[in-house]
Write a new protein. Structure first.
Length: 154
């Protein structure tokens, strides 16, 4: 009986440790590639994403604009919510709903994946570029996007 209890306890600790990431500092060491200003310019559409660390949060700003107009502006946060590391965003004054909270699903030195049942965002650092892939389910359709950004030259 005692052995079964020890096996159960060990299994629970192992499962808990593998299912989520609990140490934000350890996460930041692996995700430090994200901290920068990234940009692409395709056919006059400029996509900029800037990430900085403030205390226990990675804060990001995403902006897509043309020479004449801002098309999209979003504030992003990656933080430890007490249980898991999550990605949230707000557009203007509107804060994302709980459904827009994306949980960290995969982490390596070159790749971050955040997802829920309706959305996914993947950040990959490859050959000095930040590759962002997203998919969103909307009314039964899956909308996929991909952006390739380079470090902004000062």
């Amino acid at each position: 009986m005692r052995n079964n209890l020890l096996i159960l306890l060990f299994s629970m600790v192992l499962l808990y440790g593998c299912s989520t990431y609990h140490d934000f500092n350890s996460f930041v060491r692996k995700a430090q590639f994200l901290e920068n200003t990234w940009e692409s310019n395709n056919s006059g559409v400029v996509y900029t994403e800037k990430w900085i660390r403030t205390n226990d949060t990675l804060q990001g700003i995403t902006c897509i604009f043309t020479a004449k107009d801002t098309i999209f502006y979003e504030k992003n946060k990656i933080f430890f919510d007490g249980i898991k590391i999550v990605f949230t965003s707000s557009i203007g004054k509107y804060v994302a709903t709980n459904e827009s909270v994306l949980k960290l699903r995969h982490l390596t030195r070159h790749k971050l994946t955040f997802a829920n049942k309706n959305q996914c965002i993947i950040y990959t650092f490859k050959h000095g570029q930040l590759i962002i892939k997203t998919w969103t389910k909307d009314n039964g359709n899956t909308i996929k996007e991909k952006y390739v950004l380079s470090k902004k030259k000062l």
